[in-house]
Design a binder for this molecule. Structure first.
Ligand code: BES
Ligand code: MN
Ligand code: ZN
Length: 494
């Protein structure tokens, strides 16, 4: 999908579908008035008839309106809400996308001057609209014999005036770059685990490095991981025939002397729970347990597309968690790369084990800041639901920047405390720590565990167990938190 800015006069503009947004309680916008005048009052007549009230999400498709050049005119209701929320705006864009997808038109022009989202300017509204449009055009049907029909829509123009043109253009370029990353993240997330295993993710990274010369990739295999003493990562992988991989992607967009930002993703390509086997129902969704890693590679792609003037390192720490005669047993003790010992009391708390060695490994990069992303705890869904990611860390400034980025990208996170009183829950009688912290505060004690390996740099942890994919009828990867992370990185370049 191509997004372009257009400043032509709405009434003389040739387009497949002209989309006009109408508010329910505000006077007709300048756009609507100009179309109404050109069509000799056709719009006011329709509105007076009462079929279209401007109710939120309401759509009315009109054909061949005299006086304008557009083939079709799509009216879209914004509702009464004076204070239009992000969520309400997204629902409206979803309704628009549903109509556009079914039309034979190759292009559409959005005239959304009435879409005034609370606390957003033209730039930020455009980002949200383009992001949402793109979101609802995603398909994953490569394993279906019968493919979803490819929409004929190829181009969406965003109508602007001379005052907003520059901002809208910039927003569209950024949204396009970010959505390429989001798409990669979603596709890898939706990929079944019999295809998407650790070596497959390594191949994806190598493929990306072929496409973009600013990216270099290094893949560490079992032998190298043993040499490094990545025994926690190896302990998770040892029950599986699929070998683990630590995948390092380096993007250089600034002077080599600049400290890099590091993104680290949990890449459990399937989480059975290991010997502490998970129950059967819904276990298929544990193919999504690599969404942290998928977020990292997607963010690398977006950064490459944006040509961000920063140095960025993406690390995916990948293994498959399986039960077998070689699998780690509850009670096994490993010495992590950091030298700290861990009693693995629950083999299903494997995410923190693959992350802890990677957190130690990345010390060598002397990071400016580290953000890890992981589908780490079911408890995070209990605490925050499926709308909001959990956020913890050792640097309040970093956390606040991430919270702000999440608000701006409408990809929100919420901070949970890492008070040191929680640390005691990890005590083990036999090792430096256990890998579980008991029944209460599961997301926090997981964060506490990670914090013990992240002392060398400013660090934040995003628990995306609830947000990385949706369950049920519309099951699928969301691409979150790529938008949050890209907003954070964009903010660093201002
Ligand atoms: N990948 C899971 C967390 C998860 C579960 C994410 C369900 C999304 C949906 C993780 O590896 C896990 O199994 N965590 C355990 C930790 C527990 C054993 C301390 C959990 O949340 O039950
Ligand atoms: Mn698990
Ligand atoms: Zn897991």
């Amino acid at each position: 999908m191509e997004f372009l800015v257009n400043t032509q006069n709405l009434t003389t503009l040739s387009t497949g579908t002209l989309v006009l947004a109408l508010s329910q309680d505000k006077p007709l916008s300048a756009n609507v008035q100009s179309v109404d005048q050109a069509s000799n009052g056709a719009l006011s007549k329709i509105l007076a008839r009462g079929d279209f009230t401007g109710k939120a999400g309401q759509t009315l498709l009109l054909q061949d309106i005299a006086g304008i050049q557009a083939e079709r005119l799509l009216l879209v209701g914004l509702g009464k809400d004076d204070e239009l929320s992000d969520h309400a705006a997204r629902k409206t864009i979803k309704a628009i996308t549903a109509v556009l997808k079914g039309l034979a038109a190759k292009d559409a022009t959005l005239a959304l001057d009435a879409l005034a989202i609370k606390q957003r300017n033209a730039y930020s509204i455009t980002r949200l609209v383009a992001d949402t449009l793109h979101h609802y055009l995603y398909r994953f049907d490569q394993f279906k014999s019968e493919k979803t029909p490819v929409p004929t829509l190829l181009k969406v123009q965003f109508h602007a005036n001379t005052a907003t043109q520059k901002d809208i253009d910039r927003a569209l370029k950024q949204a396009t770059a970010i959505s390429k990353g989001v798409d990669l993240t979603r596709t890898l997330g939706d990929m079944p685990a019999n295809i998407c295993h650790p070596s497959y993710l390594a191949e994806q990274a190598e493929q990306l490095a072929k496409e973009y010369s600013a990216l270099s990739v290094e893949v560490l295999d079992e032998k190298e991981l043993k040499k490094l003493g990545a025994n926690a990562l190896l302990a998770v992988a040892q029950g599986s025939d699929q070998p683990p991989r630590l995948i390092i992607m380096k993007y250089q967009g600034a002077a080599a002397s600049e400290q890099p930002y590091v993104l680290l993703g949990k890449g459990i390509t399937f989480d059975t729970g290991g010997i502490c086997l998970k129950p059967g129902p819904g276990m298929d969704e544990m193919k999504y347990d690599m969404c942290g890693a998928a977020t990292v590679i997607g963010s690398m792609k977006a950064a490459l597309e944006l040509q961000l003037p920063i140095n960025l390192i993406g690390v995916m720490t990948c293994a498959e968690n399986m039960p077998s005669s070689n699998a780690t047993r509850p009670g096994d003790i490993v010495t992590t790369m950091s030298g700290q010992t861990v009693e693995i009391l629950n083999t299903d708390a494997e995410g923190r084990l693959v992350l802890c060695d990677a957190l130690t490994y990345i010390e060598r990069f002397k990071p400016k800041a580290v953000v890890d992303i992981a589908t780490l705890t079911g408890a995070c869904m209990v605490a925050l639901g499926t709308q909001t990611s959990g956020l913890m860390g050792n640097d309040q400034n970093l956390i606040e920047q991430l919270l702000k980025a999440g608000n701006n990208a409408d990809d929100r996170a919420w901070q949970l405390p890492l008070f040191d009183v929680y640390q005691e829950q990890l005590d083990s009688p036999f090792a430096d720590m256990g890998n579980i912290g008991g029944r209460f505060g599961g997301t926090i004690t997981a964060g506490c565990f990670l914090s013990r390996f992240a002392k060398a740099y400013p660090w934040a942890h995003l628990d995306v167990a609830g947000t990385a994919w949706t369950s049920g009828e519309k099951k699928g990867a969301t691409g979150r938190p790529v938008p949050l992370l890209m907003q954070y990185l964009l903010d660093q370049t201002l």
